[in-house]
Design a protein around this ligand. Structure first.
Ligand code: TYM
Length: 408
């Protein structure tokens, strides 16, 4: 439950001894032989804990509100030291949230929305501040983008993030090209000095062909976990705990961070991890911005959504109506049902679809139709919220300023 084995950050040799069955890292998510991601194996390999009913009940008790759908349905499924955050909160100690986005595309896709929607819920429920990192430097280093283009994408993505409803009095959004320096940079070099090249290779899989920009990046994503990187926010509160909600692909960064933290006199950050919102084609990979046909973007029109779902969403239904009525849909592989389990909020309706579709009384076309309605409504709502986000608002969220009401 709360206690979990902390894995050593392994060197390359140890890593290579393990049979590489599925790949999950910040740059690639792929299951073994086109199957499904095995999350139990991932928990075991990474050495994370599993979220269970007791965590969810605690969250409900501490926040006096029902747990978010993503918690109730096990979409956020894993953690590191989440109990420590809850213990501290119970004692009356607040914490801060940290999450981020690597601005590689003009708009977010539905998978990216998941951590932001969840962070916004945690911000409201626990009344805590959040820092949101836009790693424009990371995307410049990894993608074929100019510095100016990654900076522009960071601001565009900030609009989508603000549209998720974050409270400006409790939110600081920053882009690395603007913010890295001062106290933040001091923490970066403290971290960098304590991770060997072999460890970086073991954790991130860098090869001799990778440029050193990549090798030097991980401390940039590590140090927002430390309050001292934000003196304008947390001066005098250097003991504040940090909780990082994101998908489990980011764990390598935070394994490294947690290994270094106590050695530089900081708390280890705590994590709460989601599974991946899958590609339209099936659950062997995550929805990814690099393949437009695998993803539904928050900028897609109603027509795009309808076409993508009807054309690409992998169905677990049978290939003839007779067979389907007899055998029912295979919900284990069905993407429309999976997507509904993320975004259809009504538990009773989801259960009804699960039973009826699973028994063959409901057809794939009907389930897809319901999914098209749900996603069109979600995307329309997001589009309207984004349209209301002005450049002045982006500047205001990104201004380096104290947040006197961050715990109110
Ligand atoms: P990026 O831009 O790849 O992803 C942004 C956030 O979305 C999550 N995510 C997904 N979640 C569910 N289903 C998916 N298909 C899916 N695809 C992406 C990611 O886990 C992430 O939370 N290096 C980071 C940026 C970053 C960051 C952070 C992320 C900087 N600091 C702290 C999390 C926490 C990146 O490129 O994320």
């Amino acid at each position: 439950m709360g206690t979990q084995e902390e894995p050593k950050i392994v060197g390359k040799e140890e890593e290579e001894e393990e049979e590489e069955e599925q790949v999950v890292n910040p740059w690639e998510v792929s299951a073994k032989d086109g199957g499904k991601i095995d999350y139990d194996k991932l928990i075991e390999k990474f050495g994370c804990g599993r979220l269970d009913r007791s965590h969810i009940e605690r969250v409900e008790r501490l926040t006096s509100r029902p747990a978010h759908v993503f918690l109730r349905r096990g979409i956020f499924f894993s953690h590191r030291d989440f109990n420590e955050i809850l213990d501290a909160y119970e004692r009356g100690d607040k914490y801060y949230l940290y999450t981020g986005r690597g601005p590689s595309s003009e708009a977010l896709h539905l998978g990216h929305l998941i951590p932001f929607v969840f962070n916004k819920y945690l911000q409201d429920a626990f009344k805590v501040p959040i820092v949101i990192q836009l790693t424009d430097d990371e995307k410049f280093l990894w993608k074929n983008l100019t510095i100016e283009e990654s900076r522009r994408l960071a601001r565009e993505n900030a609009k989508d993030i603000i549209a998720c409803g974050f409270d400006i009095s409790k939110t600081f959004i920053f882009a690395d090209f603007d913010y890295v320096g001062g106290a933040f940079y001091k923490n970066m070099v403290e971290v960098a000095k304590r991770v060997t090249y072999n460890q970086a290779v073991g954790i991130f899989g860098f090869t001799g062909e990778d440029h050193i920009g990549k090798v030097s990046f991980p401390p940039v994503q590590a140090v927002p976990s430390f309050p001292s990187s934000f003196p304008h926010l947390f001066s005098g509160k250097e003991n504040l705990r940090c909780l990082i909600p994101c998908a489990i692909d980011q764990d390598p960064y935070f394994r490294m961070t947690r290994d270094v933290a106590p050695r530089i006199g900081c708390h280890k950050p705590c994590m709460i991890y989601s599974s991946f919102f899958p590609a339209l084609q099936g659950e062997s990979g995550k929805m990814s911005a690099s393949d437009p046909n695998s993803a539904i973007y928050v900028t897609d029109s109603a027509k795009d959504i309808k076409t993508k779902i009807n054309k690409y969403a992998f169905s677990g239904g049978q290939d003839s109506i007779e067979k389907h009525r007899k055998l029912g849909a295979n919900l284990e592989v069905d993407i429309p049902f999976k997507y509904l389990s993320f975004f259809l909020e009504d538990d009773a309706e989801l259960e009804h679809i699960r039973k009826e579709y699973g028994a063959g009384r409901m057809l794939t076309g009907e389930v897809k139709q319901r999914l098209i309605e749900v996603l069109t409504e979600l995307v329309e709502r997001h589009r309207a919220a984004r349209a209301a986000v002005t450049d002045e608002m982006v500047d205001a969220f990104m201004a380096v300023r104290p947040l006197p009401h961050m715990f109110d």
